[in-house]
Design a protein around this ligand. Structure first.
Ligand SMILES: NC(=O)CC[C@H](N)C(=O)O
Length: 341
């Protein structure tokens, strides 16, 4: 292909970005400008979201699609798979350079990681939300959306994996999680953001070291549903019956959001061994937000045939387990996948 001369229309062509709207606070509306926490999520349609940020048109040619209009806590695997397929389909088109997904912030980290694992494209995918509805004082959605379009249309973001633009930063979709429930600086990754967006320009400083998108072995075009994976939250004074309930409901794997290093209470070990012996995969993660859970630390994973989640929090471990289980239920393979992604 011939390179366009600099300064020609082709060289300065604006990127084409599709905005897939799913709801959340970024599409929320409250009764009063002082309502930063009391409002209804998933109200404003995508065309209005785009129209509210006219600066977008200087950065990219955008068009919107209303995929869902829901709060993100109401996402199920059905929505994840449908959204993943739509993103994949769009990115296969020559006339689409990048995709932005507007999303509620509660489970944004799950969707971002899911798309990172299953969409086989190097083109930028940006998942974005806001902490305040557009009706609030200091609403953050407009800038977050402008930043999302900037990243989705930028050459620098190609191959960098799914990103999340919140609070002027470019976060890594795999790593990031919601840490605070009420402020614009809610999203955090223990490994740090990938960069920043300032006035329509991206500044990247790091890249994701884990397999993602085109280097991933998973492909949404081959996935029509996900197996059920449960999470059990660790604390003092637990009841073994919670694990039974998950298995009876059909969970193919249980992520144990253990205390500390993913520790398991002595009185629960037999229950988890029993569950594993009957076929359910046991994955040790931790309720502690940072750090890594390593094999045979706290519990003899080799002996019990359990898997560890590395640095993935329970919600992310659940996503990876569900995706991995579409291909294998061999625990050695699952552990390899938990190290590589
Ligand atoms: N800040 C938000 O987006 C939270 C609103 C809602 N609970 C959601 O996740 O969609």
């Amino acid at each position: 292909r011939e390179m366009p001369e600099s300064g020609t229309a082709a060289a300065t062509r604006k990127p084409n970005v599709v905005i897939l709207a799913t709801g959340g606070t970024i599409a929320g509306a409250g009764a009063d400008a002082a309502n930063s926490a009391t409002y209804t999520a998933a109200k404003v349609p995508v065309d209005k979201l785009i129209a509210a940020v006219p600066q977008i048109s200087t950065i990219a040619n955008v068009r919107g699609e209303q995929v869902f209009q829901i709060a993100s806590e109401s996402f199920t695997d059905t929505q994840l798979v449908q959204l993943g397929k739509r993103v994949s389909q769009l990115l296969k088109q020559d006339d689409v350079d990048g995709v932005v997904v507007t999303h509620g912030t509660d489970t944004l980290e799950e969707t971002a990681f899911f798309l990172d694992l299953v969409v086989k494209s190097d083109k930028p995918i940006v998942v974005v939300g806001s902490m305040r509805p557009g009706t609030a004082i200091s609403a953050d959605g407009a800038l977050n959306l402008l930043d999302a379009v900037t990243v989705a249309g930028s050459k620098e973001a190609i191959g960098k994996g799914v990103t999340v633009t919140m609070n002027d930063t470019i976060q890594c979709g795999r790593d990031v999680n919601k840490r605070t429930n009420v402020v614009p600086s809610a999203f955090y990754s223990q490994w740090g953001p990938l960069g920043m967006v300032v006035e329509g320009k991206t500044y990247f400083f790091r890249s994701l070291a884990k397999r993602h998108n085109t280097s991933s072995e998973f492909d949404i075009d081959q996935i029509d549903s996900l197996p059920l994976v449960g999470i059990v939250y660790g604390s003092g004074n637990m009841i073994p019956g919670v694990y039974d309930a998950e298995v009876q409901a059909g969970a193919k794997a249980i992520v144990n959001a253990g205390t500390g290093n993913g520790s398991v209470a002595g009185y629960l070990v037999d229950k988890l061994k029993d569950i594993r012996s009957k076929g359910t995969i046991v994955i040790r993660s931790s309720r502690v937000p940072d750090g890594i859970v390593l094999r045979n630390a706290e519990q003899p994973d080799d002996k019990y045939d359990w898997v560890v989640a590395n640095d993935l929090n329970p919600a992310k471990a659940k996503i990876l387990a569900a995706v991995a289980l579409t291909k294998t239920n061999d625990t050695k393979e699952l552990q390899r996948i938990f190290w590589e992604y």
